[in-house]
Ligand binder design. Sequence first.
Ligand SMILES: Cc1cc2nc3c(=O)[nH]c(=O)nc-3n(C[C@H](O)[C@H](O)[C@H](O)COP(=O)(O)OP(=O)(O)OC[C@H]3O[C@@H](n4cnc5c(N)ncnc54)[C@H](O)[C@@H]3O)c2cc1C
Ligand code: FES
Length: 314
Amino acid sequence: MRAAVRQGLGFPYECNVGSCGNCKFELLEGEIEHLRKDPPGWSERDLQRKRYLGCQAKPLTDCKIKLNLRDHYKSHFAPAKTVGTLTAIEDITHDIREFRFRLAAPKPFLPGQYGLIAAAGVEGARAYSMCNVTTSGEEWHFQIRRVPNGACTGALFDNLKTGETVGLDGPYGMAYLREDAPRDIVLLGGGSGLSPMVSLARAATASPKLAGQQIHFFYGGRTSRDLFNETLLSTLPGYGARLHYHPAISMPEADPSWTGKVGFVHDYAKELLGEKLRDCEIYFAGPPMMAQAITKMIVEYKTPPAQVHFDQFF
Ligand SMILES: Cc1cc2nc3c(=O)[nH]c(=O)nc-3n(C[C@H](O)[C@H](O)[C@H](O)COP(=O)(O)OP(=O)(O)OC[C@H]3O[C@@H](n4cnc5c(N)ncnc54)[C@H](O)[C@@H]3O)c2cc1C
Ligand code: FES
């Protein structure tokens, strides 16, 4: 799949790590093996039907495969592999850190896209969304949430020092900023979903094409220590006038000093925007439960699917 996308083909995919199942193809001739053993997006039934995951398939012989290519999946910037040198680390919350890498071979990306990080000693690469905006592609910055006992986040948080390198591959993903969509923007994030929302907010506030649009940034955590410092957004142009930050927490009992909004981001968005959600361009990222709730909200408010952009996080 990655080889096809590099060549400009619209091979469908989403997560790149064997979890979503969107990259399945039928093997007509030849032999392949999966890079990841027992990937969650693949089943015994797929094996019987000779269906494999494009993002995990490594050809062992010449192969003939069958799938429907779709223009939607063609990359604006062809993904490429390179090496990133860690130049800086910054704490964003108690468990989210920003890791900044300088690329050996610069590669631009669209705001909201993600790259694959291959860290030393970790089997398989992991997907992480960039939080910066760049035209040169010299730097990729990632806001990454530490996962308890996580292999890749453990390697990044505990072992990687500035000056050291990781493998990078990208950019990937379809949840990028639609500058030609003349609608107000709703950004919904929680936990690990912060990074792409920050990139989208940075790009949307700087885009002349979107100058007339309101931008609503909803972000949720369990308690206030999960929320980032407001300066991350308040330093952007139009903050308070057309860029609006709406934080919420879901566990007020663990945070008695919190006087702000309590609840989940999708409920907060419904309360604040209501029927207007139908006419907005909606971007979201976060844990699967949050993504499910937002998907339900979008159906409820009849937002056309073409106005909704997300890559599922696993
Ligand atoms: C499109 C996308 C964008 C994401 N963006 C962000 C982000 O911006 N910030 C953030 O904090 N997190 C992000 N994530 C989540 C991130 O990719 C990791 O799942 C998370 O950091 C946990 O990784 P870990 O290795 O520490 O944990 P682990 O528990 O060790 O690994 C879990 C993750 O690794 C995958 N995995 C396990 N083994 C393999 C293998 N052999 N090959 C490939 N994958 C494997 C699993 O499917 C699971 O996603 C994103 C995920 C996706 C799919
Ligand atoms: S399983 Fe291959 S892209 Fe998600």
